[in-house]
Design a protein around this ligand. Structure first.
Ligand code: NAD
Length: 368
């Protein structure tokens, strides 16, 4: 029976709607080739949510997301809304409540650099001659960003004291490790768990739980451990030593941005945030979005790179719909398009470039 993929599309602001439209065309064509159909509806989020409904995450948008198996997200924000108070800023007021509503505890960021684009990386040519292919799995809802107490107080001598608290429980470490194990088993089967177990109690527990969890769920995974300071160095020295990098919230925040910059262009990078809830497919509910923002400097010109949005759709097929072959088909079509020499402005390095639509068509034509 033909599978129907039910998800919402939240294109957002700036280049969001431009690249989302292209990603949907790719999904529709892929459905014909891989025997699935898509059932999706568009909803306002971010700045356009504020303009049309007075809220970055309108209730109607959130309710629509609760009815489906995944969210394909564009990006939100832009100069029009940047003078709003921080709490009302589109990014914060849209993404944080979504993360909370769906308990999105895992962030997956593929660090992909195709060999043809290796000149875009700030790393030495011989380090990235064969490109980069690694995946950062970051815990998203625990650790020092959320631990209590979190406060600033004034001491008797007038000096101020600020406290953040790093907290992890076994169950939080287990669920992210299980996810990393699944992701690694779809790749090269290697996990490097990053911690600071020489100084942090949370890291000692992290390491212990990761070891037990791998032993229990898939002892065939090759598991190694690395201190975060070393991991930051190793990532620039030889990023390809890593298959899956597994790490807690703050370390992952930093390392995943480092990974993004060494991969050269935001226009090529996708990301997935997976939740605790299972969708109707028995797979994690997820939010899938490009790593970059709304690119106000090029919005409305039809020149944005649609690859990140299209690759986010591939991640949705993989993790929320279990369609590994279809996901790989998208990734291969993007790879082939880059190999053919076609470039949008952000990756053209001063050479000839094409618009978003032509890039999208080329990817569409290479789907198998
Ligand atoms: P940005 O990622 O939007 O842009 C940084 C640079 O990368 C720009 O030069 C832009 O043109 C380029 N770029 C990004 N994506 C591209 C693509 N697909 N194709 C071609 N070039 C691309 O970051 P910024 O300028 O710091 O932020 C702009 C707005 O986006 C802000 O309002 C910010 O809050 C918002 N933002 C939203 C998200 C999100 O929705 N998750 C993430 C980051 C930034």
């Amino acid at each position: 029976m033909m599978k129907t993929l039910r998800f919402t599309t939240l294109p957002g602001d700036g280049i969001g709607p431009e690249v989302m439209e292209i990603a949907l065309t790719v999904l529709q064509k892929l459905g014909n080739l891989h025997d699935f159909s898509i059932e999706t509806s568009n909803h306002d989020v971010g700045g356009i949510g504020i303009d049309n409904h007075g809220k970055a995450l309108p209730d109607s948008t959130l309710n629509a997301c609760k009815e489906v198996d995944a969210i394909l997200f564009g990006s939100v924000g832009g100069p029009k809304w940047e003078n709003l108070p921080p709490k009302e800023q589109p990014e914060r007021a849209a993404l944080l409540p979504i993360r909370k509503a769906f308990e999105l505890f895992a962030n997956l960021r593929p660090g992909n650099l195709y060999p043809e684009l290796s000149d875009l990386s700030p790393l030495r040519a011989d380090t990235v001659a064969n490109g980069i292919d690694t995946l950062c799995v970051r815990e998203l809802t625990g650790g020092i960003y959320f631990g209590q107490p979190k406060e600033t107080k004034t001491l008797d001598n007038g000096e101020k004291l600020a406290i953040d608290t790093m907290v992890y429980r076994t169950s939080e470490i287990e669920r992210i490790t299980e996810l990393a194990i699944k992701a690694a088993s779809l790749r090269d089967g290697r996990i490097c768990s990053v911690d600071k177990a020489n100084v942090l109690e949370t890291s000692v527990l992290w390491r212990e739980v990761v070891v037990n969890c791998v032993q229990k769920h898939n002892p065939d995974i090759e598991l190694t451990h690395m201190y975060v300071d070393n991991a930051a160095m190793q990532l620039v020295r030889d990023p390809n030593q890593f298959d899956v990098l597994l790490t807690e919230n703050m370390f992952g925040d930093i390392l995943s941005d480092e990974l993004a910059v060494i991969c050269g262009s935001l226009g090529m990078l996708a990301s997935a945030s997976l939740g605790t809830q299972k969708n109707s497919q028995g797979l994690p509910f997820g939010l899938y979005e490009p790593a970059g923002g709304t690119a106000p400097d090029i919005a409305g010109q039809g020149v944005a790179n649609p690859c990140a949005q299209i690759l986010s759709a591939a991640l949705m097929l993989r993790y929320s719909f279990g369609l590994e072959e279809a996901a790989t088909a998208i990734e291969n079509a993007v790879k082939e398009t880059i190999r053919s020499g076609l470039r949008t402005g952000d990756i053209a390095q001063g050479g000839k470039s094409v618009g978003s639509e032509e890039m999208g068509k080329s990817i569409l034509n290479r789907l198998q």
